[in-house]
Write a protein that binds this ligand. Structure first.
Ligand SMILES: Cc1cc2nc3c(=O)[nH]c(=O)nc-3n(C[C@H](O)[C@H](O)[C@H](O)COP(=O)(O)O)c2cc1C
Length: 190
């Protein structure tokens, strides 16, 4: 193939950028809707849409920062460490909590296929953000396992996967971290 389609070039240039490299503006309602629509185009056996995206923006960032700080202090972190957790919540213009709803008893679609759909949705969401000129990063960490934080984002039976930080990139990507080459993941079945 002599020329690469522009859409594929966009996919191949996506990279993550963490909160300290994200500035204003964050994506607006229209952009976030496109990201959600892209997420919904991911392969999804049974069309279960086993995920929800909860937007944390505006004043909600302060509420999430207070939650992170409170939980960090309760978990034994000192005030400086807890403040770092709070600042992580405040830095990105928009944070998107990713919540999975896996139906463990589904008669046709096993849990691992539903998780695959969640992963595809996250990837499509991030790819759409990148295609629109935004950057972001999916993060989880120990916080997703804290009951008070899970309770703040999830209904019964849901799992907090983590948070996608979103904003306008304020710097170019660092010299690339190693990625597997196609040769490492592609082979003929014998
Ligand atoms: C569900 C999920 C959770 C993740 N959690 C973390 C995390 O807590 N900390 C981290 O450094 N990277 C985490 N990552 C990986 C980053 O989002 C990112 O993909 C990785 O740093 C590689 O960068 P790249 O996307 O530019 O290739 C997570 C990825 C996924 C899909």
């Amino acid at each position: 193939m002599s020329t690469m389609p522009e859409t594929l070039a966009t996919l191949l240039s996506r990279h993550s950028l963490g909160g300290k490299h994200l500035g204003e503006p964050g994506p607006d309602d229209a952009a976030l809707r496109l990201m959600a629509l892209a997420a919904l185009r991911a392969p999804d056996h049974g069309g279960l849409a086993p995920f929800r995206f909860k937007l944390v923006r505006g004043a909600a960032r302060e509420r999430m920062a207070t939650l992170f700080e409170t939980v960090a202090l309760a978990a034994g972190k000192d005030e400086a460490e807890a403040r770092i957790d709070a600042e992580r919540a405040l830095r990105p213009p928009v944070t998107v909590a990713v919540v999975a709803r896996i139906d463990m008893g589904h008669p046709i679609v096993p849990a691992h296929e539903q998780w695959a759909a969640v992963g595809g949705a996250v990837a499509n969401f991030l790819n759409a953000a990148h295609a629109l000129g935004f950057a972001g990063k999916m993060l989880s960490g120990h916080k997703v396992r804290q009951p008070a934080i899970q309770a703040a984002f999830c209904d019964t039976g849901e799992t907090l996967v983590g948070w996608i930080s979103l904003g306008t990139p304020v710097r170019e990507p660092a010299p690339g971290h190693a990625k597997a080459g196609a040769v490492e993941v592609l082979s003929d079945w014998r």
